[in-house]
Design a protein around this ligand. Structure first.
Ligand SMILES: [Zn+2]
Length: 573
């Protein structure tokens, strides 16, 4: 009777593991959707601040999609512009995808606040942009680019010039080369048509070729050289006494092609500014969110209301008076945004008192005042965000501890023979060795850059499900083989305990992420490296949970078969 009871108990454990595996799939989908369909709570209707005197008549922003910093250092025309102007790199935000980064460039607002977290973002952006600010000031706000620009910023523009290009991302190389040529031709046209305002010229072929051939491939680097030539010729068309040329990228690429994650070559991109009112020099790295406020300062526009960066006044040539106005405007804008931010987070507003401290120095246009104030406000905002995280972690702690401890009740099955659980535990660890060897051995990391194209996402996840299934079956069968001489009930116990430990160790990792960030993200985007790992852990729970139901009886069957075979061999001899 005790025997039957034990068998039933072991079968029950297998069924629970299968049910958890099945649920893990839903939790994984929930987490994924919660990032890709992230709804920002931060966009309250803030009023715009004041305008200042323009420093330049026209800003031409050239955006080279997927241009790596190292590749840009080999662009001879761009290097010439670097020597004449401000030469620096900017750090971008995550997810490091095109639409999210375009929106940072246009608004100065990071992904977590703008709510633009993917390239399949629907509709127009909800944030304020420099396009909208220019249009509202009666200036031309023109984009020469692909359809995505119209989708995201259509009503913010005074004119959208569509660059024709292939619909299919697998189009041949020549099609992308031609598309950049068209960007150049239509960009030159726009420079003739609009002697003032804001004009963005977008080159997208580079990114497509990096995706298809890789971020260090000759195909990509050749196209970078072509675009370098186009930039040189666009620059020749400008009047350095009236115009500013800004060249930057939305994100870089990993060597094999791909972005979205946190790799160095993805997160650091060039920024070159040259022309009227730009103070030449080599500068240390700044932020992608500084670009929009800087353009606003150049054109004398109010800073986009949700901007989190600041005008790079140290790179501008202007009177102390003009810098004072820019600094004060930026200070007031930051206070407006961060007071609303604090309110949404449920903390006491902190920006106003920091402004009071800096107000006089800002108004005098004092060097370093704006950056000092910005740093203080940003540090306080980060602390407020962290505080809210810790408050929520405290609330989740009982559940997280429960999830971590309750499954250990299973070990009561062993009572005084706990050492018997060590062998299954060893094979469970072997599962992790197999799975991770397959994962890291193929060169993957916990990064969204693993998806070189959107079409690959599903295939990538299916591949990892298969890796987990194969690793689980192989480790389990090895355990069955070393156990074949044992009584069959003991083999069953070993197989179930193996499945238990695989499931439990995955659950512990998932549980830790749950405790840190929750399973739904309503006000913050979690650390995406850990988020990627979390997603992979959940995916592993699916096949390992479901397959236990088959693998455990199979292990018993192998033991039974081998024991019988051994017996018949013995009878014959
Ligand atoms: Zn891009």
């Amino acid at each position: 009777m005790a025997r039957v009871g034990k068998i039933l108990l072991l079968v029950l454990v297998l069924l629970i593991l299968a049910a958890i595996g099945y649920q893990a799939q839903n939790v994984a989908v929930m987490g994924w959707d919660s990032v890709t369909e992230y709804q920002t709570p931060y966009l309250t209707n803030l009023p715009r601040g004041s305008a200042a005197e323009p420093l330049a008549r026209r800003v031409v922003l050239v955006l080279v999609d997927g241009l790596r910093l190292d590749a840009s250092r080999n662009m001879s025309r761009l290097n010439e512009l670097r020597r004449q102007g401000a030469d620096l790199s900017v750090r971008i935000g995550q997810p490091s995808l095109s639409y999210p980064s375009w929106t940072v460039i246009a608004s100065g607002t990071w992904q977590e606040i703008s709510g633009v977290t993917t390239n399949w973002y629907e509709g127009e952006v909800q944030v304020d942009t420099i396009f909208k600010a220019a249009r509202d000031a009666g200036m031309p706000a023109v984009v020469v680019g692909g359809g995505g620009w119209k989708k995201l910023y259509g009503s913010h523009l005074t004119e959208f010039v569509k660059v024709p290009g292939p619909e299919d991302e697998n189009a041949p190389l020549e099609a992308w080369v031609r598309m950049d040529e068209e960007s150049f031709r239509l960009g030159m046209q726009a420079l003739d048509d609009y002697p003032e305002g804001l004009i963005l010229v977008y080159f997208g072929g580079t990114d497509e070729l990096a995706h298809q051939y890789g971020g260090v491939s000759p195909q990509y680097l050749d196209e970078v050289q072509k675009v370098d030539g186009y930039i040189g010729r666009l620059a020749e068309r400008l009047d350095p006494e009236k115009d500013v040329l800004i060249v930057t990228a939305d994100h870089g690429h990993v060597d094999i092609g791909g972005h979205g994650g946190w790799e160095r070559s993805v997160l650091h991109v060039p920024l070159v500014m040259v022309g009227k009112a730009i103070r030449p020099g080599v500068y240390t790295e700044r932020l992608q969110a500084d670009i929009a406020p800087t353009i606003a300062a150049l054109l004398g526009l109010p800073i986009p209301v949700y901007a989190q960066g600041r005008p790079l006044v140290e790179m501008l040539e202007a009177s102390a008076e003009a810098k004072g106005r820019i600094g004060l405007n930026a200070g007031l804008q930051l206070v407006g945004f961060y007071d609303a931010y604090a309110q949404t987070l449920g903390v006491k507003p902190f920006a106003g008192e920091i402004l009071t401290k800096y107000r006089e120095r800002l108004a005098r246009g004092e060097e370093g005042a704006l950056s000092g104030m910005w740093e203080e406000i940003t540090a306080r905002a980060q602390a407020a965000r962290a505080k809210r995280f810790w408050r929520e972690r405290l609330l989740r702690l009982p559940i997280a501890l429960g999830i971590a401890l309750v499954p250990l009740l299973y070990l009561l099955l062993f009572r005084r023979r706990l050492r018997q659980a060590l062998l299954p535990l060893g094979f469970a660890l072997l599962y992790f060795v197999f799975y991770n060897a397959l994962f890291f051995g193929r060169g993957y990391t916990w990064s969204l850059s693993a998806f070189n194209s959107e079409a690959q996402i599903k295939a990538f996840f299916n591949g990892r499900l298969l890796d987990a299934a194969v690793s689980f079956v192989v480790a389990g069968l090895l355990l069955a083989l070393v156990s074949w001489k044992r009584p069959l009930l003991q083999t069953l116990e070993r197989m179930v305990t193996f499945a238990f430990f695989v499931g439990y160790l995955l659950l512990l990792q998932v549980d830790l992420f749950y405790w840190l960030y929750n399973i739904r993200f309503s006000w913050a985007i979690p650390d995406l490296k850990l988020g990627f790992k979390y997603y992979m852990d959940l995916l592993q729970m699916v096949p390992t949970g479901l397959l236990g139901v088959i693998l455990a009886p199979l292990g018993v069957l192998i033991g039974w078969g081998m024991q019988r075979w051994r017996k018949t061999q013995g009878a014959q001899s």
